[in-house]
Design a protein around this ligand. Structure first.
Ligand code: NAD
Length: 463
């Protein structure tokens, strides 16, 4: 998906113009000139939604899902083209699961206490207006799952998309509003602005009508929302290790790791970022990874050359490599391979920058350890307390249990590719906002509510 720069610029400009012209004609697609108007409109819409039934909310989220399913290809194509990152075919999968597997009002199951003193209900009520900051790596997926969950919970949403992905995010906002209105819901329940900026995010974060913030992105934005003084959900960076021990099904592990790591060119925060493998099975694992689309770099000089291209002089990531195809990355160090190559692997020291940094590109370093105990210890160190995601391939229940207990990640996948953790080929619902730092975990409608207790004294206990 490496289009020429001028092609990307042209497509982006065309979509931006389409959005601009259509938004000025129709005032209900949620896209505003400035943040103040976007917030005011969302505030008004939430007041209307508040007076509607749960059944209406369900009808609205069903309509959103039905409408978005018509635009999966368009959103996926634009997402890949506008950002220049990821793989179209994987974005189709990501958008589809976000639409189909994000829970709606069924997530809001009430709790209850009954006894001699009566009956107490635990209910979930909306926050009001939520300010949601979305990343470049899932530009429509985050808008989709946040919108469905937040609306199901009774809220309105104001999005602040990434400046490098806002055409895609705003297009999703537009389709979502169309669906809401068609289902009898309020206009502008989901809003954004035509051209986001840091100033507009700042306005949103400190606006008195915004009751809650939800940031999906790197450490900077998570820190920013947690310093805002508002209730905030922070879904931050990860560096997911995958441990393979000697009891694992090595053929399957090799295939799963290549598939998980290369999914959308490693952009997902949950994707395998480094392999930790027990020495006695390392060679066979590498053999199987190569069988399923990995290219092994062995020459130290070439690995060094790659490192010099992946990182800028100041140590920051070279954004030109983020989310790019493996064959493109290899071509930048003079190696031509078939586009069927999905991942670049190499053996590395445990302190190598490829191992300790979150790269978000299909480069997968492999570190050998003497046994599973050492592997668990190293995996915990590399995960670095982010509490995000880890994967383990093992048939030893003690190893699986020990690693899950010690590493304390929000997602722990056993014997599968990382994406099973967000419901792609694994059980459970989907989200693209995985809140490790603030503890909500895989966010859903319930995460965007206030817990309330409603107490009836001395009655309705029928035991
Ligand atoms: P990013 O942090 O550069 O940007 C994310 C969003 O935050 C953008 O909208 C950006 O404009 C905004 N932002 C950044 N710094 C800000 C600040 N100081 N104040 C206010 N807003 C700010 O991230 P990205 O490159 O778009 O996405 C990749 C990162 O996001 C990776 O670290 C990845 O692990 C993480 N991520 C996490 C999850 C999750 O669910 N935990 C999901 C997707 C991405």
């Amino acid at each position: 998906m490496n289009l020429e720069q001028n092609q990307i610029a042209l497509i982006t400009k065309m979509v931006a113009e389409k959005l601009m012209s259509e938004t000025s004609e129709t005032a209900c697609d949620g896209i505003f000139d400035n943040m103040e108007d976007a917030i005011q409109a969302a505030y008004k819409a939430q007041k209307e939604l508040f007076n509607m039934s749960l059944e209406s909310r369900k009808k609205i989220t069903n309509a959103i899902k039905a409408e978005l399913l018509l635009h999966v290809e368009e959103l996926s194509k634009l997402g890949a083209e506008e950002t220049g990152m990821g793989r179209y075919e994987d974005k189709v999968i990501k958008n589809t699961v976000a639409i189909e597997k994000t829970p709606s009002v069924e997530d809001l199951m009430a709790g209850v206490f009954t006894g001699d003193d009566g009956l107490t209900l635990l209910e979930y009520s909306p926050f009001g207006v939520i300010g949601a900051i979305s990343p470049s790596t899932n530009p429509s997926e985050t808008v989709i799952c946040n919108s469905i969950g937040m609306i199901a919970a009774g809220n309105a949403v104001v999005f602040a998309p990434h400046p490098g992905a806002y055409n895609t995010s705003n297009l999703a906002v537009k389709y979502i509003n169309k669906a809401i209105v068609s289902a009898g819901g309020p206009k502008n329940l989901v809003t954004a602005i035509k051209k986001p900026s840091m100033e507009s995010v700042d306005t949103m974060m400190h606006h008195p009508l915004v009751n809650m913030l939800c940031a999906t992105g790197g450490p900077g934005v998570v820190k920013a929302v947690l310093s805002s003084g508002k209730k905030a959900i922070g879904a931050g960076a990860g560096n997911p290790p995958v441990l393979v021990d000697e009891t694992a099904d090595i053929e399957k592990a090799g295939k799963d790791i290549v598939n998980g790591c290369s999914f959308d060119n490693n952009l997902p925060c949950i994707a395998e970022k480094e392999v930790v493998v027990v020495d006695e099975v390392a060679d066979y694992l590498i053999f199987n990874m190569k069988k399923h689309g990995a290219y092994e770099l062995k020459d130290a000089a070439l690995i060094h050359k790659l490192e010099a291209r992946v990182f800028n002089e100041n140590g920051s990531l070279n954004r030109d490599f983020v989310g790019k195809n493996a064959d493109y990355i290899l071509s930048q160090i003079g190696i031509q391979v078939d586009p069927s190559i999905k991942v670049i692997i190499m053996e590395a020291d445990r302190n190598h920058p490829f191992v300790v940094e979150e790269l978000m590109m299909p480069i997968l370093p492999i570190v050998r350890v003497k046994d599973a105990a050492e592997g668990i210890e190293l995996s915990c160190k590399l995960e670095n307390g982010l509490r995000h995601t880890a994967i383990c391939h093992s048939k030893n229940i003690d190893v699986l249990t020990e690693m899950a207990h010690r590493i304390q990640t929000t997602i722990f996948v056993k014997n599968g590719p990382s994406y099973a953790g967000i419901g792609v080929g694994g059980e459970g619902y989907t989200t693209f906002t995985i809140a490790g730092p603030t503890g909500e975990g895989l966010t859903s409608a319930k995460s965007f509510t206030r817990r309330r207790r409603c107490v009836l004294v001395g009655g309705f206990n029928i035991k």
